[in-house]
Design a protein around this ligand. Structure first.
Ligand SMILES: Cc1cc2nc3c(=O)[nH]c(=O)nc-3n(C[C@H](O)[C@H](O)[C@H](O)COP(=O)(O)OP(=O)(O)OC[C@H]3O[C@@H](n4cnc5c(N)ncnc54)[C@H](O)[C@@H]3O)c2cc1C
Length: 356
């Protein structure tokens, strides 16, 4: 909403219970053209590895770039921009409720009620009630920023998914994002219904660093932990003038957990509508992409195939460009057919019939 044009005259209040002073997450995403966060890209890669249990492939991403932003840089950059806008106020506080009263939205912060023309809500107050054929898996991960004693990484090549780890609890893989020959973010990730015990993430990260990366001596400089819901539940787009955004607005891709770029695209669409004087309610994800995500979640939830098998087939048999378009919900029907035909036919057909 920081934009030239009519809408920037409106008074905007941002309420958050957190002051965003910590580097609490790292965002990775791919894009072709430089985006609005280009000045704070911490590192980007043109080549990424995929490792299945029986095959490895180095993907040349051009014209895409795989980019990484540190949470703290993002918060500082945004607060700096926001601070320059005289119409935006930041109010720290815990929102207890967001509701419509006589058709006008309002938030309740502690004991105060504030009304507005529109409220953009990114709070997921509770786990949604699931309908038939809806799933709610968790993508949970622990990441360590490590510094090895000796040069151990190729900073020009990141690892998008490394499935060469145990798959007992569900699809399990590791990301490796090298910043230099000695420094990398290594993230142990699972798609499953339950979290692990804290010490299990630690043990498995240690084991991966020792046996796969073959690094004996290193320092842990930073740690991150995260949980991203992977669900085909259709989050309501809006409730009157309360517009849901972010994960709470259905912007997390159910089959991958990627959210960052989807949020940017959704927010840009909202801003375009407001600037042109239209309602900021933007349509939900196209039905075909929601259907593909549902089919994959069905396969993973019911363990019809392992995540390792599905992603290995996808990455072995397809070119990076259409694959990234597919994962971005931007693929053509031709792209979709090629990618779908690279996957095991029967389990996918059966899952598709169930999800229809
Ligand atoms: C550790 C981590 C790493 C991630 N990495 C990636 C990645 O690499 N790529 C990717 O695409 N996606 C990633 N994601 C997923 C997704 O991009 C992030 O979760 C993203 O922050 C979602 O944005 P959001 O606005 O929906 O929610 P949030 O960023 O969580 O924003 C919600 C805000 O609401 C505030 N809030 C919550 N409840 C209240 C309340 N009651 N009152 C007041 N304020 C409240 C919170 O403090 C928070 O600031 C990651 C998520 C995590 C947790």
């Amino acid at each position: 909403m920081i934009h030239s044009g009519k809408f920037c005259d409106k008074k905007i209040l941002i309420v958050d219970k957190d002051n965003k002073k910590k580097n609490d997450r790292t965002w990775c995403f791919w894009e072709q053209e430089p985006g609005i966060f280009e000045p704070i890209i911490y590192k980007q890669w043109e080549k990424v590895w995929f490792h299945g249990q029986n095959f490895s492939r180095l993907l040349e991403l051009s014209p895409y770039h795989y980019k990484l932003i540190r949470g703290i840089d993002f918060y500082n950059y945004c607060f700096d921009l926001i601070g320059k806008q005289s119409n935006i106020t930041i109010k720290p506080g815990e929102i207890k409720e967001i509701k419509n009263e006589e058709g006008r939205p309002a938030i309740i912060i502690d004991d105060e009620k504030i009304g507005a023309r529109y409220i953009f809500n990114s709070i997921l107050f509770e786990k949604p009630r699931l309908k038939r054929n809806e799933y709610f898996l968790l993508q949970h991960f622990e990441g360590w920023m490590i510094e090895a004693e000796t040069p151990s990484f190729n900073p020009g090549e990141a690892t998008l998914m490394d499935f060469r780890v145990g798959q007992e609890e569900g699809a399990t893989f590791v990301y490796v994002m090298p910043f230099s020959k000695k420094e990398a973010l290594v993230e142990y990730t699972l798609f499953s219904e339950k979290l692990l015990e804290q010490q299990q993430y630690d043990e498995r990260l240690k084991d991966y660093i020792k046996t796969v990366l073959q690094i004996g001596s290193y320092k842990i400089k930073e740690e991150e932990f995260g949980i991203i819901p992977m669900t085909n539940h259709r989050f309501p787009v809006n409730n009157g003038n309360i517009i849901n955004i972010g994960t709470a607005g259905g912007q997390t891709k159910a089959s991958s957990g990627y959210t960052f770029r989807f949020i940017q695209k959704h927010s840009a669409a909202i801003v375009r509508q407001l600037i042109s004087g239209k309602s900021p309610v933007v349509k939900q994800t196209k039905r075909k992409f929601h259907f593909y995500d549902s089919v994959l979640l069905n396969i993973l939830q019911h363990k019809k195939l392992s995540g390792e098998k599905v992603f290995s087939d996808m990455f072995k048999k397809n070119k990076p460009r259409p694959l990234l378009r597919f994962l971005d919900n931007e693929s053509s029907l031709g792209d979709d057919l090629k990618i779908i035909s690279s996957l095991p036919t029967w389990p996918f057909l059966k899952a598709a019939a169930k999800q229809l």
